[in-house]
Design a binder for this molecule. Structure first.
Ligand SMILES: Nc1ncnc2c1ncn2[C@@H]1O[C@H](COP(=O)(O)OP(=O)(O)OP(=O)(O)O)[C@@H](O)[C@H]1O
Length: 522
């Protein structure tokens, strides 16, 4: 036998040996695979479980473990059960995604149509590859790695794209996202995750955020304000929330905005389409602010949106005329300076900052453009100019400014407002481009044509763009709104100044909330 023959015989024997060993070890490999699969599922369940439920879950698991230990043959039976589960989950094909197992003819047609629509975007002009991923009439099965359907429409999709695609260019990504959103069904919101290293794009159609959240005292720490509610994949923390018609509260992820001395975005700008709910957002924020501080309202269009707050404990004023707004904002500027002075003097002396200066002061300004227009016509100072001191120095002085404006009058806002109000909210049915102009980054898809009231997006500074649903906080004097919502707001209003005040202030009594539960921090 030549040396070549001897070498190939040796290789054959080695392969047969390896095959034999793999055959012998096959059950062990299946069990290992099963144990790994069970571990992954266990970890995913643990991550999904809200923090407050982890303790009780651990306790139940420990109690079951103790019970099994004391039962006759308990440990042996438990080990056998575990082996059986590992064997089941480790068998061939157990971990294969269900969605790959067979779309119907109609679903195949939808996937093919989507593939063809993507060809112009993903096929480079001169593709050097022998078998390009995207060609007219090509195989969608090669690129759509995972998919799922909901109500006959594609709801989840994982696709691969050629490395030559310019995924670093936001416009290129946006073009593809628009095609996917248009072809998989308009009127829904989507989340797109670009894996640029692996050349993969994941798309998920998002269910609408729940509406009908009633105004209630939310469980927050001092300096925290709930803007509204968002998706669980963005925010891990939850707060109990009461929904209209529901008997018990549900845990929902909040969008929490932090104000005060250490806040990175101490002031907020909310922009909406007419009737989208910006005034309701301001009412919701004011109700929370009144829990621990004082609020000054300036109602630019004089619609009486905040008249329910007039003459209540903690409310410094509700101004809806130009002279009233000017004198209120002049006072607010002086008060900010006074607070700064008192704070710095106390710090110089090494004394604690007096309590009256530490109490938060909120300036809530709805539709300043209307007042600016009036001031211009009457040749008086623009009220927005008076906001300069609170906006610039409010953080150190414990003064928070909240401004709401409509899209049409956005150009009337001064540069100071735009520069300092870095917490942003957009409400209403607007395109991703319009929302992006306010938020500094466009959301991946805009809401559908008909969005619920109080729905939109929020972005805190340079953070991610979050979907947002504001709690229903109508004017309690507005009889066109349902009674439960109005009652919920009415119960939260501080007591009238005409009623005798309780010792520590009616506002504080009316807004008493439970302290944050342990483990609820973000
Ligand atoms: N989050 C919400 N949930 C339920 N209803 C809402 C919500 N926000 C607003 N609404 C309802 O939508 C209507 C308009 O709300 P609101 O006055 O707050 O809007 P707006 O943006 O201030 O409009 P405009 O500036 O035109 O007055 C009201 O009837 C209000 O009750």
């Amino acid at each position: 036998m030549s040396w070549r023959g001897a070498r190939s015989a040796g290789r054959g024997a080695a392969r047969a040996g390896v095959d034999g060993v793999l055959d012998v070890l096959h059950p062990v490999l299946v069990l290992c695979r099963g144990v790994r699969c069970l571990t992954v599922r266990g970890r995913a369940w643990w991550d999904r479980t809200p923090r407050e439920r982890r303790g009780p879950a651990l306790f139940v698991a420990a109690a079951c473990g103790a019970l099994v230990w004391v039962l006759p043959f308990g440990p042996v039976l438990a080990a056998l059960g575990l082996l059986a589960a590992a064997g089941w989950y480790g068998r061939e094909g157990a971990t294969r995604p269900a969605a790959r197992t067979g779309p119907s003819v109609e679903e195949c047609a939808r996937l093919r149509a989507l593939y063809e629509a993507l060809v112009p975007y993903f096929a480079p002009a001169e593709d050097p590859h022998h078998e390009p991923l995207y060609v007219p009439g090509g195989a969608w099965e090669r690129v759509f790695e995972e998919f799922a359907f909901r109500d006959g429409r594609i709801s989840d999709l994982l696709l691969s794209y050629p490395a030559a695609f310019l995924d670093g260019e936001p416009e290129e990504r946006l073009r593809v996202e628009r095609v996917l959103a248009a072809k998989t069904g308009r009127g829904r919101e989507y989340r797109f995750s670009w894996d640029m290293e692996g050349n993969r794009l994941e798309m998920a159609a998002l269910a609408p955020l729940p509406c009908g959240v009633l105004a209630r005292p939310f469980v927050t720490a001092p300096g925290e304000t709930v803007l509204g509610f968002t998706d669980g994949y963005e925010v891990r923390r939850t707060v109990p929330v009461h929904f209209l018609g529901a008997a018990a509260p549900l845990d929902v992820p909040p969008v929490v905005w932090r104000t005060g001395h250490r806040a990175t975005e101490p002031h907020l700008l909310a922009v909406g389409t007419p009737g989208a709910g910006t005034s309701s957002l301001l009412r919701s924020l004011a109700l929370q602010a009144l829990h621990r501080g004082e609020v000054l309202f300036v109602d630019g269009d004089g619609g009486g949106e905040f008249s329910c707050f007039a003459a209540r404990h903690g409310v410094l004023g509700v101004e809806s005329t130009l002279p009233g707004a000017l004198s209120a904002l002049e006072w607010a500027a002086r008060e900010t300076e006074r607070r700064l002075l008192v704070t710095s003097r106390a710090r110089q002396r090494g004394e604690p900052v007096p309590e009256e200066v530490r109490q938060p002061l909120w300036i809530v300004l709805d539709r300043p453009a209307a007042l600016s227009h009036l001031a211009d016509a009457e040749e008086r100072i623009d009220p927005q100019q008076l906001l300069r001191v609170p906006l610039r120095h409010g953080r150190a002085a414990g003064v928070t400014v909240v401004v709401a404006e409509q899209f049409e009058d956005l150009d009337m806002l001064t540069d100071t407002v735009l520069a300092h109000a870095r917490a942003r909210v957009v409400l209403g049915s607007v395109s991703p481009g319009q929302a992006g102009a306010v938020l500094g980054e466009a959301p991946q898809t805009g809401p559908g044509a008909h969005v619920a009231r109080g729905r939109g997006f929020a972005r805190l500074g340079q953070g991610p763009v979050l979907r947002l649903q504001v709690p229903a906080t109508p004017d309690p004097l507005d009889e066109t709104v349902g009674e439960p919502e109005r009652l919920a707001v009415g119960q939260l209003l501080p007591a009238s100044v005409h009623e005798p005040s309780t010792g520590e202030g009616a506002a504080a009594t009316a807004f008493r909330v439970a302290p944050p539960r342990e483990g609820q921090a973000t």
